[in-house]
Design a protein around this ligand. Structure first.
Ligand SMILES: C[S@@+](CC[C@H](N)C(=O)[O-])C[C@H]1O[C@@H](n2cnc3c(N)ncnc32)[C@H](O)[C@@H]1O
Length: 279
């Protein structure tokens, strides 16, 4: 008999079956999965499978993932802590947040749950991944707070030299006046962790300077989620003028998973040294 994921935090009472948003018999969109047993999971995803409830505590409610998303998704506790920091230290008059690489919704859902933002926007270029994000936001009860865009974030935000037909001028305008951009870009695959100091100018497919300059065409207020070993000297070299940059490591189980750079007019982040949130 197939073995289910072991979840120590959840009530083991099997009479309390979580309500599923989508009946299991309904076919999922192509490339989208909700694995229930490890036997269903492709071998290269199996090492992430045991982290399922750390990624989304509501995994059993029918969370959708693509196989690529398991590696890049922001785990729920980290997403919630980032969301708390972004809410507390946001520059004045910022009432909307744009998750430029929203993936399957890890960060977007946390931002929407915070109740801080008038509107949360999620942009994702891969259709199957975006379908997961929309579905997962329903599971967390926040889909009415989020507007989704399918496509290239640089085009949609007008973060290039000149606009394209995909540019959403209204989004660019409100982002400039009231917005913050949060970006958790691809890092070029798991091999980033093999280097002691990660060269942000070799990050693929978008280098740090590309991200900073492109999003800077929309707003100077941004948070970039980067590999934990990122070369901080490169960030200091690329960022304009004498602006203070805050860098926070986000940890689980005592080790850093990633860091966020807060660029723009952020208040000083107040971090408790005895925090149980692991930053
Ligand atoms: C590291 S993942 C984001 C994970 C996300 N924070 C989450 O918790 O699910 C990066 C995502 O960016 C998407 N992506 C890559 N280039 C993009 C682009 N130019 N515009 C929009 N999305 C893009 C990828 O398809 C991928 O889903």
């Amino acid at each position: 008999m197939a073995k289910k994921r072991k979840h120590v935090d959840r009530d083991e009472d099997t009479s309390q079956v979580p309500a599923r948003i989508v009946p299991p018999s309904e076919p999922l969109p192509e490339g989208v999965h909700h694995y229930e047993t490890i036997e269903e999971v492709p071998w290269d995803v199996q090492k992430y499978w045991h982290q399922g409830y750390s990624i989304f505590s509501k995994y059993d409610d029918g969370i959708w993932m693509t196989d690529d998303a398991w590696y890049g998704v922001t785990h729920e506790s980290v997403a919630n802590t980032i969301s708390q920091h972004v809410s507390e230290a946001a520059p004045p008059n910022r009432s909307i947040i744009i998750d430029a690489f929203c993936g399957v919704g890890g960060n977007t859902i946390a931002f929407a749950l915070s109740g801080k933002w008038k509107r949360v926007y999620g942009i994702e270029k891969d259709a199957a991944t975006l379908a997961c994000a929309k579905h997962n936001a329903e599971i967390y009860g926040v889909s009415d707070k989020i507007t989704w865009f399918h496509g290239d974030c640089f085009e949609i935000l007008g973060a290039m030299d000149g606009r394209t037909e995909k540019t959403v001028d209204a989004l660019k305008a409100i982002a400039g006046q009231f917005g913050i951009i949060f970006a958790s870009p691809p890092w070029g695959g798991p091999s980033y962790s093999n280097t002691e100091v990660f060269d942000l100018e070799s990050m693929e497919p978008y280098t740090f300077s590309h991200l900073y300059k492109a999003f800077g065409k929309v707003t100077s207020n941004m948070v970039l989620y980067l590999p934990r070993t990122s070369d901080l000297r490169q960030i200091a070299q690329v960022v304009d003028g004498d602006k203070k940059i805050q860098v926070i490591h986000y940890c689980t189980n005592g080790s850093s998973r990633a860091l966020c750079t807060y660029l723009g007019d952020w208040a000083l982040l107040k971090l408790s040294p005895a925090s149980s949130n692991g930053y």
